[in-house]
Ligand binder design. Sequence first.
Ligand SMILES: [Zn+2]
Length: 477
Amino acid sequence: MKKINAPQNAQTSAAPALSATLAVAAEIAEFVARHGAEYDAISRDIWEHPEVAFHEERSSAIYEKRLASKGFSVTEFPEMKHSFVAERGSGGPIIAFMGEYDALPGMSQVCGIEKKPANEGGPGHACGHNLLGAGSLAAAETLAHILEARGIPGRVRYYGCPAEESLGRIPMVKAGRFSDADAIMTWHGADVNTPHRYTSSANLSLVFSFKGRASHAGMAPQAGRSALDAVQLFNLSLEFMREHLSPGILLHYVISDGGDRPNIVPAHAATFLYVRAPTADIVPLVMKRIMKAAQGAALMTETSFTSEIKAGKCDYRPNYAIQDLLYRAMGSLPMPVPTPEELAFAKSLQATVEKDDRKATLAPIGAPLDLLKSPIHRTLGDFGEGKRIGGSLDTGDVSYVVPVGQMNAATWPLGIGAHTWQSCAASGSTWAFKAMRWAGACMALAGFGLVTEPEILAAAKAEFKANFRPYRSTMDL
Ligand SMILES: [Zn+2]
């Protein structure tokens, strides 16, 4: 028996026995295994045909078609291209799984141990979203089947969530698409197996565009007003501001427009800025100061500016009742076993990352660094309690409106982080598909617990209520 995590919240103090839930673990594992080749094929197909944010026409159609063929009623949402919900079952609570399927631009990669694009300059699944959608599909189909087979009332949903790497599911959250679900689960590929106990940063990304006056930089510089000067002064002010921001607030930027040619005083220039903060409510406080810096830069250079919000995400607020349940489910399903070829592949891929850099995936979530002695994490961890990662997730916005639990499955070799050519290569491997199926089974089992053991769902809801904060997108602050 795995160690049961100490209760994290007063609302989850009574650890339920879960015996009825855990008794169906073998049946769930068998169902997922029976359909395993189909989930693998979907995942591989999407990996081989990567589509970037807002262009997931083919990928979303694969899921919609598949879910419709399995008796789910599919509804597309107008607020976001390629978003939809699929539902099966009646009565009882609504248990939902979220699936993503967008790829990253420029990350094309073959499934090998050397950096080699499959399609030069093309997109690639370097965040493993080809696995994510398919794992959640496995969870939704399995839970729907097992509830129906037993005549247990319950509605199972699959949310098709496009553009995670960009705008994310914020328009869906604002439209109230998730609000009537009783509990939502999702997962992500990673290099460790753990419930996702850590939180993530709230963020806001925006472009500051400065406008000046062009002139010949050699003949009449005095007649020009440089938008690039404004950008540089603005960026410099951000550098000074850093020292006087509360810990945990991060600023990062690129000069997305630096003018055209050195002999033209730039009439246009822009900074593309990301602001990150521990929680969503801090973002507008930082933004007030950043707007003053932009105004100052414009004033000094006799230029003007506009700011355009691109995207914004709330911090993730884990529901510990669901996290604890997921942890129990993860400990009750047999972990996948790699073949010697899969182990060798993982070892070779791991070796392409500098030894010291391998720690970067584990340290932020408090995972022990000696895990790196192995190529693959093959046990169950329980990491991240009280930690926050610098990155942001659009699941964060969902966690403000519904109790949400997440887990990570070790789809990638230890020390391999997301958004790398190595994670793209690994996401197309048979090992990743095995880990993906395991994640699907774990979430299905946890879903069964939420439907059939009312005290767990009640605890999740009580925790959500006790920690409630009204939702407001950082884009609207
Ligand atoms: Zn991702």
